[in-house]
Design a binder for this molecule. Structure first.
Ligand code: TYD
Ligand code: MG
Length: 456
């Protein structure tokens, strides 16, 4: 009889603890530790190496073939994937409920099915529901195989029998392996199922797409180990209330990260948006205080996003700092820099910042536009017409350059922007047509643009 050992794994961060605790010592989340029973395995063949013989080789002698990619036929999805699906790759795609994961993957499979065999495994919806959705989407389903199943063993058998080139598992949290007693969706089940499926993908060359649920705060439910196990991690972003959806690559062993695919949800499913740069501008009828447009670079594409700030007198002992779509810790840092280096005090003010359209901006180049929007709101004075900004702000108050400044400026000029407040190091050698550049070295220089808004 195999000896069972149990450990406790945090469902948020994947940290392992020997005993149960109310709070994860690693990430500080409450009540996330789940028991994982590990049985010492006797069936060692399951962990046999992938190839029969694996000799030690010189790196230079290893024959490296260019990965063959199968384009999905959805241009924006191919863009995030790095050109298409790679045989044997495992892709994890996460996102809020109802954001369009099942829709996107069903469309993808329908498009692929004219060229390669595909399999859609659904554990969330019945086969009829999937068929109904396909009808609504108007996609041809005559070559899409559907399996409504949650038992891992049955699914792996179907994959081995039908030999699809691409299989979608909707979703990994619904699967369960009969070898474990834990409930579907628990850490041990998700881990075991993902590991088994990954193994099948590597062995047979089937491209696997695992759909994953996310927790309240947007992280993939189930342990972080899932992200380490797979080749590519994609996240759906966007506001479910607006029709735009973004798919971002967080990790990609076969392409660039931070590449962004932009879609619009229509009544016939998701449609790619080829030219999204002006999508995230609020389009005010006239200039308003507290808004600053930033040029951000997402993967290979510049994107213009409006940053909004609201600064208001606080009546609480601890003024609120809230950021939506931007990093909260950078906001706190920026307020300190503004106070220390530019004399802008906000200790008795609530500060809210927001990136329009549900887009998430992680690059530090958002600092300068956030600072400008905050000051603009504080003074209740709109920024000059047609102004945009980007640049990282350091703790010493210096403004640091952002990568690929030229491309950002060109895109802004194309969309009719007239002024740009940018780090001096990003100043282009040749002037950009139609764009007046204000190169700045320090945060206080940038804020001066607002004070002299009538003269510049
Ligand atoms: P879905 O793909 O089921 O989301 P997920 O699998 O991520 O939970 O998307 C469901 C949402 O998309 C639902 O709110 C309705 C909307 N939708 C459309 O607007 N048009 C369509 O053609 C389809 C199929 C769905
Ligand atoms: Mg779904």
């Amino acid at each position: 009889m195999a000896r069972a050992r149990s450990s406790f794994v945090c469902a948020d961060c994947g940290a392992v603890s020997a005993k149960w605790e109310g709070r994860c010592a690693q990430c500080g989340a409450w009540n996330t530790l789940q028991e994982v029973v590990e049985t010492a395995r006797t069936d060692r063949h399951r962990f046999a190496p992938l190839a029969a013989v694996t000799p030690v080789q010189r790196l230079a002698d290893i024959e490296a073939r260019e990965q063959v990619r199968t384009p999905t036929g959805l241009d924006e999805f191919d863009r995030v994937l790095g050109g298409g699906l790679v045989s044997g790759a495992v892709i994890l795609i996460g996102g809020d409920p109802g954001i369009g994961k099942s829709t996107l993957l069903l469309q993808t499979l329908a498009s692929l099915s004219t060229r390669v065999p595909v399999l859609y495994v659904t554990g969330e919806e019945s086969a009829e529901q999937v068929a109904l959705r396909a009808r609504r989407l108007g996609v041809a389903g005559d070559a899409v195989d559907v399996l409504a199943e949650i038992r891992l063993e049955q699914i792996t058998q179907a994959v081995l029998e039908h030999k699809p080139a691409v299989a979608v598992i909707d979703s990994i949290q619904t699967l369960y392996s009969g070898e474990l007693t834990a409930a579907p969706g628990s850490v041990s089940q998700v881990r075991e199922c993902a590991a088994q499926l990954t193994r099948i993908a590597k062995q047979t060359g089937v491209t696997l797409v695992l759909i994953g649920h996310v927790t309240k705060d947007g992280a993939l439910a189930g342990p972080r180990v899932l992200e380490h196990m797979v080749d590519t991690v994609l996240y759906f972003e966007g506001d479910t209330h607006s029709s735009f959806r973004l798919v971002r690559a967080i990790k990609n062993r076969f392409g660039a990260v931070n590449e962004l695919g932009v879609f619009a949800m229509t009544d016939r499913g998701l449609r790619g948006v080829n030219n999204p740069s002006a999508l995230f501008l609020a389009g005010h009828a006239r200039r308003v205080a507290g808004a600053c447009v930033m040029a951000t670079q997402e993967g290979t594409r510049p994107l213009l996003v409006e940053i909004q700030a609201l600064v208001d007198a606080s009546h609480a002992p601890n003024p609120r700092r809230l950021s939506v779509g931007l990093e909260g810790s950078r906001l706190a840092m920026l307020l300190a820099v503004l106070h220390r280096h530019a004399g802008v005090a906000s200790h008795d003010q609530d500060v809210f910042v927001n990136a329009v359209g549900g887009v998430r901006i992680t690059e530090p180049a958002a600092d300068l536009p956030v600072a400008l929007a905050i000051l603009s709101s504080m003074r209740n004075q709109a920024l000059p017409e047609g102004l945009l900004a980007f640049g990282e702000v350091g703790l010493a108050g210096e403004v640091r350059p952002a990568p690929r400044g030229q491309e950002r400026l060109r895109e802004a000029a194309k969309l009719g922007f007239k002024r740009a407040v940018i780090p001096r190091a990003n100043q282009p050698r040749q002037p950009v047509e139609g764009l007046l550049i204000h190169p700045v070295d320090r945060i206080e220089d940038a804020l001066a643009v607002l004070s002299h808004s009538d003269t510049c």
